[in-house]
Structure formats: C-alpha cells, structure tokens
Design a protein around this ligand. Structure first.
Ligand SMILES: Cc1cc2nc3c(=O)[nH]c(=O)nc-3n(C[C@H](O)[C@H](O)[C@H](O)COP(=O)(O)OP(=O)(O)OC[C@H]3O[C@@H](n4cnc5c(N)ncnc54)[C@H](O)[C@@H]3O)c2cc1C
Length: 388
C-alpha cells in the first residue's frame, strides 16, 4: 500500500460541490427547463434566468485565476460540477464562461471594467466566432477582415455555427488583419451587439437546440479601436491555446449524455416485460448494458486523466484529443444502444433517448472533428505533421 499512487476517489470537497450542484439541478433548474417547450431554443430571458441561478455556485468565474479576480478552481473540480448541470445548459455556461475567462486573462484594464461585471453577474452572454462558411478545420485560412479607419475597426465577413450566437451580447471574433500573412495575420476583436449591430441568422440543426447556433454577418461593422483583444499575430495562438481545455469540457458534456442514456436504460430494463420476464434478464440485453457501462467508464477515466493533467498545469495534447474523440464517438454509440434497449419507444419524442442521441451526434464535430483529434494524436506520437 505504501507505494500506491493512483487514486480513483474524488476529494470530500469535490463530492460536496457535486452534491450541491446536483441539488440545484434537480430542485430548481430541471423543473424550470421541463416547463419550456421541447426542441425550441430557450428565450434569452430564460437563459439569463438560468445563468443567474448558477452564478452563486461560481459557474461564471470558477475557472478564472485568482490573480485575475476569479475563484481559481482547477479544471478537474470545475468539470465535476459541470457534469451535474442539465445538458440543455452546458453549452450556454461553457461557452459564455470561456469568453469571460478570455477577457479576464487577456483583456486590457478598460475591457475588464467594461465587460466583466455583466458577464460575471449573469446579465450578459458571450460567445466565440472562429468558423466561416468556407473555413472550418483549417483555422489559419480565416477570411473575415478588419482594418482600422480612424478610431474604429471596420469588420467584413461571415461567421457560422456559432454557439450562443442567437443570444450573445458580446462576440470574440477572430479576424484577419493582413491576409498576406495567413495564420500570422489573425487577431481577435470583441464586438458588442448593441454598440456595433450585425445580422444574426439562427441555424436549424439535428440536435443541440439550446446551443443557439447562428450565422453572424458583419457588413462594414464599425467597432471601437479599444475592443482589440488579441492583436495581429496572436489570434490563432490564442484560439488554439484554449483547445486542450475546451476538448476536455466537450468530452465531459458527452460523458454526461451517455451516462443519462445508461441510467434511463437501467431503469427501463427492469420495468419492461416481454416473454413474461423483464427484458433486463435477457443475456443479449445485459450485453448491451455491459458494453455501455464499459464505454462510459473508460471515457470518464480518459477524460478525468486529461483534466487532472490540466489541473497540474501539464501539457496534454494527446490526452485531451483522446478524451474528446473517444467521449464524443462513445456518446453516439451509447445513446444509440439506449434507443435499441427501449425498442420503438426509444425513437419517440415521449422518451428522452432520441433527444440524447441527436445531441450526442452534434459533438463529434466542434472543437476539432474526430479526424482532426486523431491527427493531433498522430502528430504528437510520431513527430510527423499530416497538415500545416
Ligand atoms: C455543435 C457545434 C457547435 C459549434 N460551435 C462553434 C462556436 O461556438 N464557434 C465557432 O467558431 N465554431 C463552432 N462550431 C463549428 C465547428 O468548430 C466546425 O464545424 C468544425 O471546426 C469543423 O469544421 P467544418 O464543419 O467546416 O468541417 P470541415 O473542416 O469542412 O471538415 C469536413 C470533414 O472533413 C474532415 N477533414 C477536414 N480536414 C481534414 C484533414 N486535414 N484530414 C482529414 N480529415 C479532414 C473533417 O474531419 C470532416 O469530417 C460548432 C459546430 C458544432 C457542430
């Protein structure tokens, strides 16, 4: 025992935080969500109400370092809390709080004074706009342009598939300042919707209705000069630097979806009877459950390891990409098996399984597709790059 180092238990404080967030979810957040219309994106007012409920638990400032005014919680502990919030709120909270963290870490004093109070109180929502209609995986080729005209930046271009895009007050937009420099010409600007209006088109997708995905159109949008967040040459780096963390949180989101599908299945197999017996007594149904449980546990362990490395300040490109690609593909497998276990009922909107499956199917694409994650792993393992 003296040499044992691995520890699969959470600390007492972590368990306590998890319990308190679970209580908030079951007593306040989930009942409120159940009163909303299914598959219709939450209104902005409702989204803000949910942020206000989560705010006292530190969900809006937890990951910001203490020296930047946050509570400096480590990523693993934050992820354990994040697991407990309802699936429909994960994107809203995750995306807006990482926007906030970007300002707290990289913003000027005046940007912090202007933007942080509303974000930290849950009165404002942020999002991050990288993807364009013709540029997805290859972020170095982004085209949305910005040039200085007097005291203002003039922004032109289109961003697409932007989470929180339908309801965000602030957007961190990756722009190209000098296209001859490709990736080295990129930087980011904060665009405030009220101050610098732009057009927003909601996008209809398979799942993830409360991701509020949108296309944003910038047509000669004028933005104050002082809204520059990451100057020319730092845009790509500032975007890529956060990816190890984002990937762990997408993995956590996927693990929660899969865990829910497994929980529903375990209940159902004991209630549903065929051939005069609960279907859970059939060996082939038990095999599906055993495969689902193995998948979910393996995925959680891989994800916790990456989060633990992040918490210790260690670089984890292989581990975070492994977590992201394994967890999101796993969630598709597990939610699909959960539908199989529920038979035809699993396909109906009376049951939650088809919704979990549709949401899971969305997660293999953002923050680097499964293929991109595997190529990052391949590059780290071999030292050979598949692309520039
Ligand atoms: C739910 C969701 C939320 C999102 N949220 C945001 C957001 O908040 N902000 C934002 O900016 N964007 C967001 N996106 C967009 C997302 O980041 C992009 O969809 C993603 O980067 C992939 O780009 P793409 O869809 O254009 O696919 P493409 O890059 O066109 O890829 C298409 C296919 O080709 C494969 N492929 C591409 N390049 C290679 C290669 N070199 N080798 C092998 N295969 C390759 C891909 O794996 C994929 O299968 C979101 C997307 C989704 C689905």
């Amino acid at each position: 025992m003296r040499w044992s180092k691995m520890n699969f238990d959470f600390t007492e404080e972590q368990n306590m935080l998890k319990r308190s967030v679970r209580k908030l979810s079951t007593e306040v957040l989930e009942p409120a969500i159940q009163k909303q219309e299914r598959d219709i994106p939450f209104s902005k007012n409702f989204s803000l109400r949910m942020l206000k409920e989560l705010q006292p638990y530190g969900f809006l400032d937890n990951t910001i370092a203490e020296e930047n005014g946050g509570s400096g919680l480590d990523p693993l502990t934050y992820a354990l809390m994040y697991e407990e919030i309802p699936i429909d709120l994960k994107s809203l909270v995750g995306i807006s709080s990482s926007f906030t963290k970007g300002i707290a870490n990289n913003g000027t004093e005046s940007q912090k004074e202007r933007f942080l109070p509303g974000l930290l109180s849950g009165d404002k929502i942020g999002c991050s706009a990288i993807t364009e209609p013709n540029v997805g995986s290859n972020a170095a080729m982004l085209k949305t342009s910005a040039y200085l005209d007097g005291d203002e930046w003039v922004v032109n271009g289109t961003k697409t598939f932007i989470s929180n895009g339908q309801i965000a007050d602030y957007v961190n937009v990756v722009v190209q300042f000098d296209s001859s420099k490709k990736g080295k010409g990129l930087g980011t600007l904060i665009i405030e919707k009220e101050e610098s209006p732009f057009q927003v088109k909601p996008l209809q997708t398979l799942g993830f209705k409360n991701g509020h995905l949108a296309e944003l159109y910038f047509d000669n949008v004028r933005v104050p000069k002082e809204n520059l967040l990451n100057p020319e040459g730092t845009g790509l780096k500032s975007t890529l630097i956060g990816f190890q963390t984002y990937r762990c949180f997408v993995a956590t989101h996927a693990n929660s979806l899969a865990q829910k599908a497994l929980d529903y299945s375990l209940e159902y197999v004991k209630e549903r009877e065929q051939f005069g017996r609960p279907i859970g007594s059939f060996q082939l149904v038990q095999e599906m459950l055993a495969d689902m449980k193995t998948d979910v546990d393996a995925s959680k362990l891989i994800t916790y390891r990456a989060l633990d490395m992040l918490s210790k300040g260690r670089r984890c490109p292989v581990e975070s990409s492994m977590a992201k690609q394994f967890a999101t593909e796993m969630a598709v497998r597990v939610t699909s098996k959960a539908i199989q276990i529920h038979g035809a009922y699993g396909l109906t909107t009376e049951f939650p399984l088809e919704g979990l499956f549709r949401n899971a199917r969305m997660l293999t694409i953002p923050d680097g597709t499964t293929q991109i994650q595997k190529m990052i792993m391949g590059r780290e393992l071999t030292g050979l790059r598949a692309f520039d």
